[in-house]
Design a protein around this ligand. Structure first.
Ligand code: BTN
Length: 246
């Protein structure tokens, strides 16, 4: 799947570097990996801690032939691929918190940031940014993130080879991306639901349209979270800040 790899020592954000390559016409499967990011980005404008040599900070260019409304499906697919890869390499109990955070014991171990560029509602390209906290130690995290964020090394008790993590991820990603292109979202949805730690537990979501309180009961066809509200009605949530367990 990977057709070319650009390895950088340091970059502001691998998503920015990959976006530049995509604008210059780079093909699907072009991968940018950096030893460190000086301005790693998370969802909702947050900062992503990316110290040198401690994690996998990478972005891959995707060029699916897809309408923009289906982009969230690829976010979920990426989370499933990463979850399966990390479960394969560790003995950790890793689950997906909607839409795409991987949690161990309620603490975040990786982050995924997909950024789509479209024209007339068709996707031109997607930059799939993946951050995996592989060998970070407690000291790598600022005080306020300890207890919220963790690494494979902290949880597993030993260092992991970052190259193996990358290889395991792309084995899974290629498998699922091919399945997705052949059979659509349905099999991915089933896999996501089985790995989810969000479904069937009460949540309070702050969405662009206001606060939604209820119980997530599944995913919609386009990858939104279907929440059964307290009054029994259902609403599809595409993006939100979660509060409440976990
Ligand atoms: C999140 O959970 O908020 C998403 C974090 C995504 C981090 C990765 S690291 C590689 C890529 N480059 C970035 O600047 N962000 C993503």
């Amino acid at each position: 799947f990977i057709c070319s790899v650009k390895l950088l020592d340091s970059v502001d954000s691998t998503n920015n570097a990959a976006q530049q390559l995509a604008e210059d016409g780079a093909a699907e499967g072009t991968l940018v990996i950096a030893e460190q990011q000086t301005n790693g980005r998370g969802r909702m404008g947050r900062n992503w801690i990316s110290p040198a040599g401690k994690g996998v900070w990478m972005s891959v260019i995707l060029r699916p032939s897809l309408s923009l409304q289906f982009a969230p499906q690829l976010t979920l697919l990426t989370a499933v691929a990463l979850c399966r890869a990390l479960k394969e390499l560790t003995t950790l109990d890793i689950g997906i918190k909607w839409p795409n955070d991987l949690l161990v014991d309620g603490k975040k171990i990786s982050g995924i940031l997909l950024e789509s560029t479209a024209e007339d509602e068709r996707i031109r390209y997607i930059i799939a940014g993946i951050g995996i906290s592989v060998n970070l130690t407690e000291e790598d995290y600022p005080e306020e993130l300890r207890g919220i964020a963790t690494s494979l090394r902290i949880e597993q008790g030993n260092e992991l080879d970052r190259t193996e993590v990358i290889a395991a991820f792309f084995r899974q990603f290629e498998l699922l991306y091919t399945l997705y292109q052949q059979e659509g979202f349905s099999p991915i949805q089933t896999l996501w639901e089985a790995l989810s730690v969000t479904l069937h537990k009460p949540v309070k979501l702050t969405t662009p349209a206001g606060v939604v309180e209820g119980t997530p009961i599944g995913l919609s066809e386009s990858g939104a979270l279907i929440v059964q509200k307290l009054d029994g009605s259902q609403v599809n949530v595409f993006s939100a800040v979660t509060s409440g367990p976990p």
